[in-house]
Design a protein around this ligand. Structure first.
Ligand code: LER
Ligand code: MN
Length: 271
């Protein structure tokens, strides 16, 4: 397993991000600390200067693992289940733009908060249908350029469905696309899943990506999550992808980035 860190542009509102600001500088900072991958949380892919990004990744021997897309919800209200068809269309359009960018970097695209909150009552079923169709449309577009989409299970205090890994497994069965995988996040699993080990084993062959943060969303080592249990379950299913540190930049960004990689490396070498 390799280690990545999450960065973003200056404008982000989303909190658990290691570094924000100049993307080239921050890729270099992570690389100097030994990170092999970088994930960019991005409201709108148009913000990215592709050639600069390519150059920064090459210069620092870094992989762009994934594009996080949730910022479009907080800043622009884009979701797959908005009652307004034009907003739903814009949300799918935004993910398609992310897929276009991801295809040039061989990276994943996350579908997390952009799915939106389910309404109460019978409207709920329509909303689930819209989300499945939106994911299928994105997956079919992504298929043409070999991009894989990740469905992230997020805790109930941020979005009201697809919270646990078992819900994610059932959802994938409805989406029925080989290029859609699950994306687990240890911070959310700590709230929603009764067993890290069982959920990881149940989702074997379906886990495409992992966000790693402790119970308080600081980097591993500052809270009380049982990381050896998680790492050994990931090893058992032969997960070979990235562990991406999506954690608060606390006590300060440089300390979080340094301690994050140190602590995750220790966990990997102990297992
Ligand atoms: C994003 O990766 C995430 O984990 C969510 O908490 C979004 O807010
Ligand atoms: Mn996450």
């Amino acid at each position: 397993m390799k280690i990545a860190g999450v960065i973003t542009t200056k404008e982000a509102k989303f909190g658990p991000i290691m570094y924000r600001g100049d993307i080239r500088e921050n890729i270099e900072k992570l690389s100097k600390l030994g990170y092999e991958g970088v994930e960019i949380s991005l409201r709108d892919p148009k913000i990215i200067k592709k050639e600069e990004l390519k150059e920064a990744l090459k210069k620092n021997s870094m992989t762009l693992t994934t594009l996080g897309t949730g910022q479009a919800v907080a800043s622009e209200g884009l979701t797959f289940i908005n009652p307004d068809k034009a907003v739903r269309k814009a949300a799918v359009g935004r993910i398609i733009e992310h897929i276009g960018l991801a295809s040039e970097f061989n990276s994943f695209v996350i579908i997390g908060l952009i799915r939106g909150n389910l309404p109460e009552g019978s409207k709920k079923f329509q909303a689930i249908k819209w989300t499945i169709e939106a994911c299928q449309e994105c997956a079919d577009f992504a298929q043409k350029s070999g991009v894989t989409i990740l469905i992230e299970m997020i805790n109930r205090y941020e979005v009201n469905w697809l919270n646990s890994v078992s819900e994610g497994i059932s959802f994938l069965k409805k989406v029925k696309r080989d290029n859609v995988l699950l994306h687990i996040d240890t911070f959310h699993m700590n709230i929603e899943d009764s067993s890290f080990k069982e959920s990881i084993i149940d989702a074997r062959n379906l886990i495409g990506y992992v966000h790693i943060a402790d119970s308080n969303r600081w980097v591993p080592g500052y809270g009380h999550i049982n990381f050896p249990e998680i790492i050994s379950a990931l090893e058992e299913i032969n997960y070979q992808g990235f562990l991406s540190l999506e954690a608060f930049p606390l006590p300060d960004p440089d300390t979080a980035a340094k301690k994050g990689i140190e602590n995750v490396r220790k966990l990997l070498s102990k297992n």
